[in-house]
Write a protein that binds this ligand. Sequence first.
Ligand code: TMP
Length: 210
Amino acid sequence: MGGLFITVEGPEGAGKTTVLNMLGMELKDKGLNIVMTREPGGIHIAEQIRKVILDKENTKMDPRTEALLYAAARRQHLIEKVIPALEQGSIVLCDRFIDSSLAYQGVARGLGIDEVYLMNQFAIQEIMPDLTIYFDIDVELGLKRIEENNGREVNRLDLEAMDFHIKVREGFRQLLDRFPNRIFEVDASKSLDCVYKEVKSKVEDLISKR
Ligand code: TMP
């Protein structure tokens, strides 16, 4: 495949979506072929699955059902959008991917990283990002940022207790140890400008080596 698959990950309120949008616009302005997308979602079927997963009324959802639905949305999104874009040589910038399942379902829900990884293999068939940028932020600071960001939707997972969000962050930190070559960490408590510059330089470095 000729393109590049870049994902951003992190707990709530880390600012990854804002930085990703800024980066996408700047790279597009430079004439690069950029596809911006997100998980769960990015295409019609996966956006429908997203609604089911994140619906605040679906409080009965079992953790394994949740993990399977994320993987189902991931599969369809890969087949319909990500793989075709990579085959055309595009740079795909994706807001969340498998690492979110490993941290949220694997660690925070307690299903186990290995179990969730194995289950996801069925969905992704070894397609992994070329680079993942992990936005690390203190849980309380992240949740405070969400409260202040009135425009953002509050979903079923946002409503989890503090303990859940702490485990999510621990999960991401375990992934940093597990995939040191793929995952690049940024300190998202720094100013937006500072975080943006760091992310941009990492991504441009990768693009230049393509
Ligand atoms: P977001 O679009 O605001 O990031 O919301 C997506 C929510 O879904 C967020 O709380 C993280 C969660 N999530 C998982 O739990 N597992 C996954 O595999 C993905 C992609 C997201």
